[in-house]
Design a protein around this ligand. Structure first.
Ligand SMILES: [Zn+2]
Length: 180
């Protein structure tokens, strides 16, 4: 469904510089002072920590990712267990896991594939200089459902006969990382 163009008059929380907010954008960095901000459905514009990773080529735009360490508490029930899968699941979720969720526009299947890849093989997040980045179009509110879907997908893909799964996922407020 086509949405009407919304013009949101936004100004920087820190220095009051107007922020040219594009349609569907959810987070920004002030061009003047570097303050990060996100649009929160309930609270309006809120401060957002923004980090830049090393390796973004000069003149290129980086890709924004929502990043939060999620703690999963999991109960899985299987029809038939290989033993190993249950152990792997407990082991994998025994400590918080870094969820890196693409915040820029990309097809849903790519978003899920990318998030899964980074969850299983987290990239080293090493800080680099500030850079431009692609528009942030995934809202903070969408992080939880995406992350929960990924947990389900990972557990369903284990090599046993999954019957039922119950889990809770605690995600703290995310920060935004700009990756190459
Ligand atoms: Zn500012």
């Amino acid at each position: 469904m086509a949405r009407p163009i919304e013009l949101i008059p936004l100004v920087c929380l820190n220095c009051s510089t107007p922020i040219p907010a594009g349609k569907d954008e959810m987070a920004w960095v002030c061009a003047q002072c570097g303050q990060g901000m996100a649009l929160d459905v309930q609270k309006g514009l809120t401060p957002l920590p923004v980090h830049y990773a090393k390796g973004i080529q000069p003149g290129r735009r980086g890709k924004p990712y929502w990043v939060a360490d999620g703690q999963v508490n999991l109960q899985r029930e299987v029809y038939r267990s290989s033993g190993k899968s249950a152990q792997e699941a407990v082991q994998f979720w025994s400590s918080p896991r870094s969820f890196l969720i693409p915040a820029y526009s990309l097809p849903q299947e790519d978003l899920l594939a990318q998030t899964t890849r980074f969850l299983l093989q987290p990239p080293a997040l090493i800080s680099g200089p500030r850079a431009q980045f692609e528009p942030v179009t995934l809202s903070m509110e969408d992080i939880q459902p995406v992350a929960e879907f990924i947990v389900m997908a990972i557990e369903a893909s284990r090599k046993d006969m999954l019957k039922d799964i119950r889990f809770s996922l605690d995600l703290p407020l995310p920060s935004l990382w700009i990756l190459p």
